[in-house]
Design a protein around this ligand. Sequence first.
Ligand code: G3H
Ligand code: ZN
Length: 286
Amino acid sequence: PLTTTGELITEAAAARTAVAAFNIITLEHIEAVVAGAESAGAPVVLQVSENAVRFREGRLLPLARAATAAAEHATVPVALHLDHIQSDALLRRAPDAGFGSVMYDASRLPYAENLAATRAAVDWAHAQGLWIEAELGQVGGKNGMPPLDAHAPGARTDPDEARAFVADSGVDALAVAIGSSHAMTTRTAALDHTLLERLGTALAVPLVLHGSSGVPDDELRLAVSGGITKVNIGTALNIAMTGAIREHLAEHPDAVDPRKYLAVGREAMAQAVARLIGVLSAEPAR
Ligand code: G3H
Ligand code: ZN
């Protein structure tokens, strides 16, 4: 059934676990995430980024309607979330398109401007009954940003600044920069667990990990036990889908029916989803 991110986060926080949130680009992503979550027996968040809307030539409803239908028919709770929204016009389409939550991303701006823009977004979102996440510090690797930026000291979220940001903006959750970076195709990110602990102590709101595709399993488990309550995953699904399709087409050079290779790509994504959800619910190895 369709639920909200706020609901899932509250339950995850109480159980000291994390909700997996997967970025969807195609109909196959939607089907794969729901199938993977069903086989893992866990709730899941389907998230649509501003980049995905741009890929759909500005259209939000095709993905939103498909995701809503998939959520309604799922045997596990599924929430719909708008991810990395910079456009106020897109933000304002969230409720009508069926989204119960949004991530408003003004993290590229200097602190005072990020706070002012986020505060305005929060006021609007809360008046609509939406749960809203924002970002402070900057998780690298977005839109061609050099991925190494995330590993620069300046990109990290400062706990004192974060405490003030959360209090002054009223956000429901905070995306923190602790060493992960977007769009990594190797799982080599090293998280700053000491910083995560300090952020957990400083902040009363749930913390969100972005760029989780580049984070090794053990690091993910440690992050969840360290207080990360929402884990955003995109690239891992694209690696699974594209790899499986590439292999299939190499083996079947005469293939023309997209159903054949999309089915293979979809299955590979569903397996990746189920596996990653399993990682998040397992106890850390060390
Ligand atoms: O908001 C989306 C996530 O941060 C996805 O990052 O594609 O590196 O897994 P990723
Ligand atoms: Zn992200």
